[in-house]
Design a protein around this ligand. Sequence first.
Ligand code: SAM
Length: 206
Amino acid sequence: MEAGFYHQPVLLQEVLEHMQIRPDGLYIDATFGGGGHSRAILSQLGPQGRLVVFDQDEDAYRNRIPDDRVTFVRENFRHLERFTRLHKAQRADGILADLGVSSYQFDTAERGFSTRFDGALDMRMDNRSPVTAADVLTTYSEQRLHQLFQDYGEVTNSRTLAKTIVTLRKAHPCAPSLSSSRLSSPSSKATPPNTSPRSSRHCESR
Ligand SMILES: C[S@@+](CC[C@H](N)C(=O)[O-])C[C@H]1O[C@@H](n2cnc3c(N)ncnc32)[C@H](O)[C@@H]1O
């Protein structure tokens, strides 16, 4: 991870005002990211205060704050109850969740979140997960892709999109590597996805 800008915390003052931090309180930041909100909360905590933070992203974890009052849990916050119990932090005075993707994740091409860069279609927030977005696009059935785009894609053409991907896949079985910019391009409907050296090897070894 490059040093420098990671993420500009949104509504920082409003968040702090709303949370009414008690110096000896226990707070949870469910989405640590670059730690902007966490650092602000920490600055209002006294020596007895505690902050438990969650982020499933390895880069966010590398960015953690070296402070005895902070516990970093590198897990999906859906397990919040379990891990706060484990860390004896169930009785929180406030929980913050700044949902979504960080600027850092968007701006790092190889993470595959942005259509501005030509990166591999990874899109994993947690790189311990074995399944990338490219895996989904190259292995899911048309019906499953349609359902996925319909439920989560915020697109109006989920059926056509699923059909186009499966058609491309069938036509070019040895070129399964879709990149993020390629996926967003209108020409992706008509042309095969990029063939990377990695994807060719993958195909040969099958
Ligand atoms: C918008 S950023 C948070 C930025 C943060 N408030 C700051 O000031 O830098 C969202 C972060 O939440 C993490 N995240 C998103 N969904 C998550 C989940 N279900 N479990 C754990 N972390 C998650 C992402 O990895 C990302 O780092």
